[in-house]
Design a protein around this ligand. Structure first.
Ligand code: NBP
Length: 476
């Protein structure tokens, strides 16, 4: 018997993906550099479906039906290149290598181009949902050629999460498009988590509530428009008590957030593309700030506003205000992420459909949320929407939230609670909707010190003022 698909790299992700294929009735070849992992998989889960274990690369390739579909689930970076170099010489024209790791999309573009010359399809594929998602249905973002998707798509759609019967998997676009979209997904995830963190911090340090009480607030929110996986698990984490000390779990965990790098990539690439992803950037910086224990120790105890609690009338509506601020800031974070997807798509000629990305993020992935249906609907009704903020539904939500949003950000500033996510999102909203921005003054400064020229509101052309002389204006 031959396998319909093969997975090499059988750590948590690869093992669970292989099991997912097998559970869906697809005979799956399995291979891992360290053979014991392959044996363990078959020993533990062999009864879940048809597994074809291979101990060598040659055996693995020989067990795959043609065109061969070979999924690589190894550590991203150098290991991926090593595995490609090991397998590519054993493959024939038309075969497919699917990289399901968290590769940088630029690496994916490089690998795709080089394998294309050898007649092999390279399918850089974003997979979100962690190990649980890999087993029970992830959100899958495959790039690569349309031809490879025709041979691979049905299999991936089969194992992907489903929402209303629609698989959370679609062909994103050529070469690195899939990994690019996965990167932005992770950037949005960073922003979403930061905003939820700020909401918790406000309820705790301004609202004066205990973690268990805040868990209830998040549970309630999860029954409304904020319904999402991240809000749901936030309630779980906040309600958890540390067994060893009896204290709230959140109080015994060191407050230094770690990161693996995809949020940082999102911001780096956004800078290159000239896309203002301020909410995502603040989320990355906030994690980084939390990790600088030395700086924090050096500054701890510097003057702040002290304990100035809200009066009880303000207190009552504070949680509602925070809900509004969270929702509005979340809209901004997603708007920034979708702007980046559209900018990347234009830069690299990917023709990515933003509404289709919202559709495949509705299930399986970490940012899955009810809210994504709204984004899907926004692009469906207006495919050329310049920004999500301009969609009728989102514009109304932002307009309705703005009073609360401003109260939350100003209260936080007055009481010394850092809310970089909420305030960056509000500044983005105010920046985009402003009639005039101080950018005009910046252009004047640039022209003054560097003769960088400026454009006028009333005439075409570039101009320069002779600042050092008689301040005559000349056309540049
Ligand atoms: P890891 O990222 O921990 O990688 C371990 C696997 O890579 C093992 O199978 C290991 O083989 C193999 N490997 C390494 Br390391 N170097 C190798 C080499 N030079 N040649 C061949 N194989 C090599 O596994 P993971 O956490 O399952 O993640 C797999 C991929 O999926 C990663 O790219 C990750 O970023 C991505 N991802 C992970 C998640 C998640 O939630 N964990 C979610 C989405 C995507 P060995 O057994 O012989 O050491």
């Amino acid at each position: 018997q031959q396998a319909r698909i093969g997975v090499t790299g059988l750590a948590v992700m690869g093992r669970n993906l292989a099991r997912n294929f097998a559970r869906h009735g697809h005979p799956v070849a399995v291979h891992n550099r360290t053979v014991s992992r392959t044996r363990d998989l078959v020993a533990q889960y062999g009864d879940e479906g048809v597994f074809l274990p291979a101990e060598t690369a040659e055996q693995f390739v020989a067990s795959l039906e043609r065109p061969r579909r070979l999924v690589v689930m190894v550590k991203a970076g150098q290991p991926t290149d090593e595995v490609i170099e090991e397998f590519a010489p054993l493959l024939d024209r038309g075969d497919m290598i699917v990289d399901g790791g968290n590769a940088h999309f630029a690496d994916t573009r490089r690998r795709e181009a080089s394998l294309r010359e050898r007649g092999i399809h390279f399918v850089g594929t974003g997979i979100s949902g962690g190990e649980e998602g890999a087993l029970h249905g992830p959100s899958i973002m495959p790039g690569g050629s349309a031809e490879s998707y025709a041979a691979l798509g049905p299999l991936l759609e089969d194992i992907a999460a489903k929402v209303d019967g629609v698989p959370c998997c679609t062909h994103v676009g050529p070469d690195g498009a899939g990994h690019f979209v996965k990167m932005v997904h992770n950037g949005i995830e960073y922003a979403d988590m930061q905003l939820i963190g700020e909401a918790y911090d406000l309820l705790r340090h301004v609202g004066g509530q205990k973690p268990g009480e805040i868990a209830e607030v998040f549970r309630t929110w999860n029954g409304g428009r904020l319904e999402s996986y991240l809000v749901e698990i936030t309630a779980e984490v906040l309600a958890h008590t540390d067994a060893a000390t009896g204290r709230p779990f959140v109080d015994v965990v060191q407050d230094q957030a770690e990161q693996k790098g995809t949020g940082r990539w999102t911001v780096q690439i956004a800078l290159d593309l000239g896309v203002p992803v301020s909410g995502i950037a603040e989320a990355v910086f906030a994690r980084s700030l939390s990790g600088h224990a030395d700086l924090r120790a050096a500054v701890r105890g510097m003057p702040g506003p002290g304990e100035t609690w809200l009066d009880s009338a303000a207190h009552d509506r504070f949680a509602d205000d925070v809900e509004q601020a969270l929702y509005a800031s979340k809209i901004v974070a997603y708007a920034q992420g979708f702007h980046q997807i559209q900018a990347g798509s234009a830069e690299y000629g990917w023709s990515i459909e933003p509404g289709a990305m919202a559709t495949i993020w509705r299930g399986g992935c970490i940012i899955r949320a009810r809210f994504l249906d709204r984004i899907r609907a926004a692009y469906e009704s207006r495919p050329d929407l310049p920004t999500l903020l301009a969609d009728d539904y989102f514009a109304e939500a932002l307009g309705g939230a703005q009073d609360s949003w401003r109260r939350v950000v100003s209260t936080a500033a007055q009481l010394g609670v850092p809310v970089p996510g909420f305030s960056a999102a509000l500044a983005y909203y105010d920046g985009l909707r402003a009639e005039r921005l101080p950018a005009a003054l910046i252009q004047g400064q640039r022209d003054f010190f560097g003769a960088h020229t400026y454009r006028r509101v009333d005439r075409e052309g570039s101009f320069h003022t002779m600042w050092g002389e008689d301040r005559r204006e000349v056309e540049a």
